[in-house]
Each structure stands twice: as C-alpha cells, then as structure tokens.
Design a protein around this ligand. Structure first.
Ligand code: ZN
Length: 240
C-alpha cells in the first residue's frame, strides 16, 4: 500500500505562490493551501487567492482532484510589530531591500513555523514556499541557508521529518513564467496573469500585458521585468 504524498503550500495569491501551487499540484497526491492575515493594507491578495484556487479547479480537472482545503491563519499580532515597533514615524515606503517597511523581519520564518504546526495536524510532510534568492537577495529569510536551518529546527522541535521545498529559489522571474508554462501551458500562464496579485499597493484597475498592478512598486517592477524578459525571448525555453 503506497502512502499518499501530502503537501501544504504557502499561498498568498501572488504570482510566485500561484506557480508554487501549480508545481505542488503536479507533484503531490493531496495539496492544501495556507494564507496569512498579517493585517495587509488591502484585502486584494486575500480575495485573489480564492479566485486563483477557483480558477485552477475550474480549468485543471486533474489538479482539482488533488486540491484540498484552504486555511487562513490570523497573525495580525505579529504583523502589528511592523506597524508599531519602528523607532520613528514613517510613511509607507519601500525599503532598500525591496519590501514595504511594514513587513516584519523574519516573516517567512514565522509563516513556515505556523505552516509546520498546521502540517503536523493535517498529516502533511512537505511545505512549499515561493522564496527566491535570485530577485530578493537582500532579504535574509528568503535564503535557502536560512530555510535549511529552519527545516532542521522544525524537525527537531516538532519530532517531524518535514521537507521545505522552494521550487523558485534559483529562478529568475522570467524563468518562473517558463516554469508555469511547462506545468500548465498557456492556460496556466493566462490564469496567473489575470488572477494572481503581486502589487504592494493593491491596484487592480487596469489590465496590463503582465497583469494588474501599479507598475512602479518593487513587486510590480519585478513582475513587469520578468514578464517582459520572458515575452521578449519569444516564450521559448530560457536556460536555467
Ligand atoms: Zn505595484
């Protein structure tokens, strides 16, 4: 009797975690998703993540059988640290690390620790996250070294054998589009373009070639450049 493989995907509704969800659905027998409410400035991500799930179910029957429950974990208390613990009053701005200044250091470590506790209860052995060193080199909790250390700590502290999988770790944003196409063809690319949400400012007014967003915040800038690089390459395989 073979055991079903079960994975839990950290799923924000952004481009990266949408590709990660598809990646997991192509690989594991049962896949659930977890999102974190850390007091985001806008509810767009939380709305879009449900739409991405629904569109995957509607358009990919093979995957719809594998896609299980969604979980939303309230960590607004942790998120509030980013609002209240700064040493001076500052407006919303993007730091030199390319993240909003309201983000709390170690955010991904907290996400994965909550996810591991949930996975323990749900019988999942694989945690999947969209962390990436290629474009976010300044953010230390996205580094594979940090995640290897966390994986060791979680497994020791929870008497588990979790594996933290990060399929985007060494990919550029252009290569992430290529991965999406390889997983689900142009249908998946179109779904992610239309429904995933990356913009820090929550803008979804006008559809651009690369999707929705303000086009200027760091998250949009990465998305625009990655899409344009991929599109300009004629949507042919980009060397990994
Ligand atoms: Zn934006």
């Amino acid at each position: 009797m073979s055991q079903l493989s079960r994975a839990l995907v950290l799923f924000s509704g952004g481009q990266d975690s949408s590709v990660c969800l598809a990646w997991a659905l192509a690989r594991y027998d049962q896949v659930e998703t977890v999102g974190f409410d850390y007091g985001q400035r806008h509810g767009v991500e939380m709305a879009q993540r449900q739409i991405v799930r629904q569109e995957l179910i509607a358009n990919f029957p093979e995957w719809s059988r594998r896609l299980g429950d969604d979980h939303v974990v309230d960590i607004t208390g942790f998120g509030a640290l980013g609002q209240t613990a700064m040493t001076e009053d500052r407006a919303f701005e993007i730091t030199e690390k390319g993240l909003p200044n309201t983000f709390v250091p170690g955010r991904n470590l907290v996400f994965l620790t909550y996810a591991a506790a949930l996975a323990d209860r749900r019988g999942q052995s694989v945690l999947v996250g969209g962390m990436c060193e290629t474009d976010f080199s300044g953010y230390p909790d996205c580094r594979r070294d940090s995640l290897d250390a966390l994986q060791t700590a979680l497994n020791m502290g929870m008497a588990q054998d979790f594996s933290i999988e990060t399929p985007l770790m060494w990919l550029t944003k252009a290569q992430t589009w290529e991965l999406a196409k390889g997983l689900g063809g142009e249908d998946l690319v179109a779904l992610i373009l239309e429904h995933s949400h990356t913009c820090y400012r929550g803008e979804r007014d006008q559809r651009k070639p690369w999707g929705y967003g303000c086009g200027t915040c760091p998250a949009c800038a990465l998305r625009v450049r990655g899409y344009e690089d991929w599109d300009a390459a004629g949507r042919v395989a980009i060397e990994a």
